[in-house]
Design a protein around this ligand. Structure first.
Ligand code: SF4
Length: 377
């Protein structure tokens, strides 16, 4: 397959859907509750809604939208830290665009910019490093965010800063790791997930072996999946085939991109610069052991948390906000009391409504809004 059209071929989709229907009928013969498949990655959530995949599948198949959108799981206290850093007169605070509107307890970064903070959008950490080079009298802070997908580029930027001796650049590190998070979901008491679509981009870096415990210890199938409609349908079919055959294994549907052992050079850069934190707080999921990374002592000179003594207060989400339940797959986005009413992409109350990869934003944008019952008159 060479062209994107081939991954959107309706004839092939029709064949897969027929096979999915047959497998679903076989599985449902022995059970009385729907099959719940969690797509871990926000990119998959986006594809599922964008291409209407959920509506194509038999009603007995349900998706639970997982925690794989790094913007969505950023706790409010860390957003407040960003605002505090950005408000310092000597700081140029740099960030990817999708983090600009995540609500803090008082302000988002966009709000801080409106109040005079020097907040600038960049497309890569190297853009932030270039700003540091060009502004030697200012402190340039880069907001490092994301799973293992974006960690390598941040690590390589720190190594570049060290190589060039650029001292007015630092990283506010909020990188997180996917494996402890999946484990926390599997350990949660209300866990009702039958199988997983594994994240394609993260797996490109870490490979497929780190997921082995899911099949071995929890007896759940996981299929690392691509992002085109046929990728998602094929991966769902692979999960169902395992269930129908009574297997629980780690399979790789996205083998054209994801190598079994990951990307050696990326993993080496990450290991050189970062180490696991004892714990890290996630929005809606609470604190998860070893689920984030911090900069190693050897690179402390480029660590914004050490340089500026960041407070990181723990701030709960607004009471009515149900981002945590959505992230754990316990409720659908439209079942949150705020969905489509006080929480919309224009006025987000929770982070899941901010990022295009957030389940609530995807649901809102691609028609799930129809599911919201009208308020009582
Ligand atoms: S509708 Fe808003 S508050 Fe509710 S879960 Fe979604 S993002 Fe969170």
């Amino acid at each position: 397959m060479k062209y994107v059209d081939e991954f959107r071929d309706p004839v092939r989709a029709g064949v897969l859907l027929k096979e999915i229907e047959a497998l679903t009928a076989q599985i449902m013969a022995g059970r009385d509750r729907p099959v719940v498949i969690m797509e871990v990655c926000g990119g998959h959530t986006h594809s599922i809604f964008r291409y209407g995949i959920e509506k194509m599948l038999p009603p007995e198949i349900e998706f639970a939208h997982g925690p794989g959108c790094p913007v969505c799981v950023l706790p409010m206290g860390r957003v407040d830290d960003c605002v505090e850093l950005a408000m310092k007169p000597e700081v140029i605070f740099t960030t990817f665009g999708d983090a600009m509107r995540v609500p803090g307890s008082r302000l988002s970064l966009l709000g801080a910019k409106a109040e005079g903070a020097d907040v600038r959008m960049v497309y890569s950490p190297l853009d932030a490093l270039a700003l540091a080079r060009a502004n030697p009298d200012r402190e340039v802070v880069f907001f490092g965010l994301g799973f293992e997908t974006t960690m390598p580029s941040t690590a390589l930027t720190i190594l570049q800063a060290q190589a060039e001796g650029i001292g007015n650049f630092s990283l506010f590190c909020n990188h997180i790791t996917i494996i402890p998070t999946i484990k926390a979901i599997l350990d949660s008491p209300d866990m009702g997930i039958d199988g997983f679509l594994g994240p394609g981009h993260v797996s490109m870096v870490i490979g497929t072996d780190p997921y082995d415990f899911i099949a071995r210890d929890y007896h759940r199938p996981l299929v690392v999946a691509g992002f085109e409609p046929l990728d998602v349908l094929h991966s769902v079919w692979m999960v169902l085939r395992q269930m129908a055959e009574g297997r629980a294994e780690i399979e790789n549907q996205y083998a054209r991109i994801v190598p079994r052992y990951g990307n050696e050079a990326s993993l080496a850069a990450v290991t050189e610069v970062f180490e696991l934190r004892e714990f890290f707080e996630w929005r809606g999921l609470g604190s998860i052991d070893h689920s984030g990374v911090q900069i190693r002592e050897a690179y402390a000179a480029w660590d914004a948390e050490r340089k500026f003594a960041v407070a990181s207060p723990s701030i709960p989400d607004p009471k009515a906000c149900q981002c945590g339940e959505v992230l754990k797959g316990a409720i659908k986005p439209w079942q949150c009391k705020l969905f489509g009413r006080s929480c919309t992409p224009e006025t987000p109350m929770g982070a899941l409504m901010v990022s295009s990869e957030g389940a609530c934003a995807a649901y809102y944008q691609y028609g799930g809004i129809d599911a919201v019952p009208e308020p009582a008159q």
